[in-house]
Design a protein around this ligand. Structure first.
Ligand code: TMP
Length: 398
């Protein structure tokens, strides 16, 4: 395999086997024509970049039925409110702002009552339509060089381009950076946050790896990638979202000084081999152990006659269920709040997705918390159920 950016060879890290689309929740009638690909990961030593060796085409994933709504988590809403405050602090009243992957407009809504001119790019029609209803200027398009060429009022005039949990979805980083170069003004900043490789290695949260996450970045990889295009990473700010993320701030080269916080993070990555293949070797073993332990735990519960359900039909759960071969003989159902998922079946293993109402009426002896990264928000909501003698577990320590 070749690295998608430099054409250098990448080393294989781990294969998770045959995998359906992470968000491919489906009806019974579609089981036979379900799409599968091989979920394999690799590491480019030149760029310190962890990446998927192969992935389905973005159009297959971000289509009209994309079932993810940023606004579905209270915590994420408040996170984006705080994020927007930080961005507002960097902007003037008539500044220009672009969001890549603006989803249902949860982030841009925070700029609605200001003179800041903003626009969002969102390829999934259903979520883009919700943003439009909320009066967000949402382009129902992929963010790409071809698609920004007629944005005359933003070309070379944009002060900040923002993104959250979306840059790792974009296979062609060259096209992305070329587009950013065309849009940003001289002092413009590109600010984005993504799941952090260091956290994934530390927690063994291999469920961060699925079709939509083509790259899992670190500060080392971001620094090396942007240096190739005359941009500079000037800051990296750890975030607790999505089980450990990093917010990166990029400026044009030699424009601004890099922060002390960034040099500490780069040092940490060097010390812990996050910038080289050593950590990948350990990660492979950790994933295999995690899978074996999880299967053993579920096997024991079933041998003792216990019933188990899943809580939250996350995209991440698709990697776990398929890699660990967990099906509806082990989990009775997975409960979720998203109307688009309820009544369907989980990708690959075909476990029924049910409403929270069904969950409350059909409590099981054990609950697999798939949305472990939303644990605080969920445990607050589920206080009553937490008081009962139910075993909540996950592949990550709760
Ligand atoms: P994601 O990890 O792929 O973003 O999916 C999160 C899923 O978790 C989404 O389908 C909604 C669901 N969810 C709940 O069902 N209850 C909750 O309290 C939260 C925060 C999420």
């Amino acid at each position: 395999m070749k690295c998608k950016i430099t054409n250098n060879k990448i080393k294989n890290v781990i294969s998770f086997g045959k995998m359906p689309l992470a968000n491919g929740f489906l009806d019974k009638k579609d089981f036979k024509k379900e799409f599968f690909y091989n979920l394999e990961t690799g590491f480019s030593e030149k760029l310190s970049l962890f990446q998927l060796n192969d992935h389905p085409k973005p159009k297959q994933m971000f289509n009209i039925k994309y079932p993810f709504f940023t606004g579905s988590s209270k915590y994420m809403k408040s996170h984006f409110q705080k994020y927007s405050k930080m961005i507002k602090g960097l902007l003037k009243s008539n500044s220009k702002l672009i969001e890549i992957g603006s989803n249902d407009g949860t982030f841009l809504k925070n700029f609605a009552n200001s003179k800041i001119k903003s626009v969002g790019f969102e390829p999934s029609k259903n979520v883009s339509d919700i943003a439009k209803k909320n009066k967000i200027d949402s382009r129902n398009k992929f963010f790409s060089y071809k698609n920004i060429l007629n944005e005359n009022s933003f070309l070379n005039k944009t002060d900040i381009i923002c993104a959250s949990n979306v840059i790792c979805h974009i296979p062609d980083l060259k096209d992305l950076i070329k587009s950013i170069d065309l849009l940003l003004n001289k002092n413009g900043l590109f600010i984005f946050e993504e799941p952090y490789l260091g956290s994934m290695f530390e927690k063994v949260s291999y469920d961060q790896i699925y079709d939509e996450h083509i790259y899992i970045f670190s500060a080392s990889s971001i620094k090396k990638i942007f240096n190739l295009f005359d941009f500079e990473l000037i800051d990296a700010i750890p975030q607790i979202t999505h089980g450990g993320s990093m917010r990166y701030i990029i400026s044009r080269s030699k424009n601004r000084k890099a922060s002390k916080r960034l040099s500490k993070i780069l040092d940490y990555e060097k010390k812990n081999n996050i910038d080289n293949f050593e950590s990948c070797k350990k990660f492979k073993k950790d994933c295999e152990n995690s899978r074996d332990n999880l299967r053993l735990k579920i096997k024991k519960l079933k041998e003792n006659g216990k019933t188990i359900c899943g809580y939250a039909a996350t995209s991440k759960s698709t990697t776990i269920l398929n890699y660990c071969n967990i099906d509806s003989t082990m989990l009775d159902y997975i409960a979720d709040t998203t109307p688009e998922k309820i009544g369907k079946y989980s990708p690959g293993k075909h476990i029924p997705i049910v409403s929270m109402d069904h969950f409350r009426k059909n409590l099981t002896d054990a609950i697999y918390l798939f949305a472990w990264n939303h644990k605080n928000e969920i445990f607050k909501k589920e206080k009553k159920i937490l008081k009962k003698k139910i075993n909540w577990f996950s592949h990550i320590k709760l």
